[in-house]
Design a protein around this ligand. Structure first.
Ligand SMILES: NC(=O)c1ccc[n+]([C@@H]2O[C@H](COP(=O)([O-])OP(=O)(O)OC[C@H]3O[C@@H](n4cnc5c(N)ncnc54)[C@H](O)[C@@H]3O)[C@@H](O)[C@H]2O)c1
Length: 263
């Protein structure tokens, strides 16, 4: 296949886990694949240790990659990351926003207000600040692709994790809104809705027993790994999806379409 990312510059937020000697995150793997395909990548994350380790390995193997510290709820951190990206590589074509935090085991009446707010802020304030900071250089560039990582939880809910599901549903609607506002500038905005995926985000919960139990609820018969989700992310980031905007790409192995086993 011809190179999809040669000459492209991507800011990958929440992509610190891009070191193949450790468990990969899907944004991290997406960053690695873009750089391997001839692109230039800035990884931004709150996890400096993982981000710097990943970027050093990429640089040591001759890839174009840099790391910038980022707290996604800080507008000045977003502005700094965008300015640094332009300083390193001169333009910005792609932004992938995957920063997120879990919200397990809480019902609406048991949730702590500050924890509920933090989940909403990281996801929803993060996507808002991120989109508004990257559209400026993308407008100048006459185009760009923004990929927001939502979740299958945008479509279904659990008996708990209300903030997580609410914030993920917010992302898909926000992406439609941004797609409408920036389509005239050639900027596309889409969401990926991953299902259960073994990454650093889920590693503490997804032991072998739990993964097997989850797999029984997946029509494809297994939980995903980072590569299962990086594929859809890279498709939307690339010009292969040049007429796709405001869309949701569900990558859940079929979970949300299934009413469950009839037993
Ligand atoms: N793994 C799954 O099963 C799954 C399913 C659906 C959606 N998601 C979502 O996908 C995204 C990517 O997760 P992943 O599974 O690849 O794991 P991951 O742990 O590699 O990625 C999440 C990254 O977000 C970073 N982060 C957290 N809070 C931040 C903040 N305030 N500012 C900046 N960075 C911050 C973390 O340091 C981490 O590097 C997350 O938003 C997650 O909620 C994951």
């Amino acid at each position: 296949m011809a190179s999809r990312f040669n000459g492209k510059v991507a800011l990958v937020v929440g992509g610190a886990n891009a070191d193949e000697d450790h468990l990969l995150g899907f944004a991290g793997l997406s960053a690695l694949e873009i750089a391997r395909d001839g692109g230039k990548v800035v990884i931004a994350d709150i996890d400096d240790e993982a981000g710097q380790r990943s970027v050093k390995k990429m640089q040591d193997s001759g890839l174009f990659a840099e790391f910038v510290h980022m707290e996604v709820t800080s507008e000045s951190d977003w502005n700094n990351a965008v300015a640094k990206t332009l300083g390193f590589f001169g333009k910005l074509d792609i932004m992938i926003m995957a920063a997120g935090i879990p919200d397990r085991g809480e019902t609406i009446d048991s949730a702590e207000v500050e924890k509920w707010q933090r989940v909403m802020d990281v996801t929803n304030m993060g996507m808002f600040l991120g989109t508004r900071s990257v559209v400026k250089p993308m407008k100048k560039n006459r185009g760009g692709s923004i990929v927001l990582i939502s979740s299958m939880m945008a479509r279904v809910v659990r008996d708990q994790a209300n903030a997580y599901a609410t914030s993920r549903a917010g992302m898909t609607h926000f992406a439609r809104s941004a797609a409408v506002q920036y389509g005239r500038y050639g900027i596309r905005v889409n969401t990926v809705l991953p299902g259960w995926t073994l990454t650093p985000f889920t590693a503490s919960a997804f032991d072998d027993e739990w993964s097997e139990r989850l797999a029984k609820r997946v029509p494809l018969g297994r939980v995903a790994d980072a590569s299962d989700i990086a594929g859809p992310i890279l498709f939307l980031a690339s010009d292969e999806a040049k007429y796709v905007t405001g869309s949701e790409l569900l990558a859940d192995g079929g979970v949300t379409g299934w009413i469950g086993p009839m037993e």
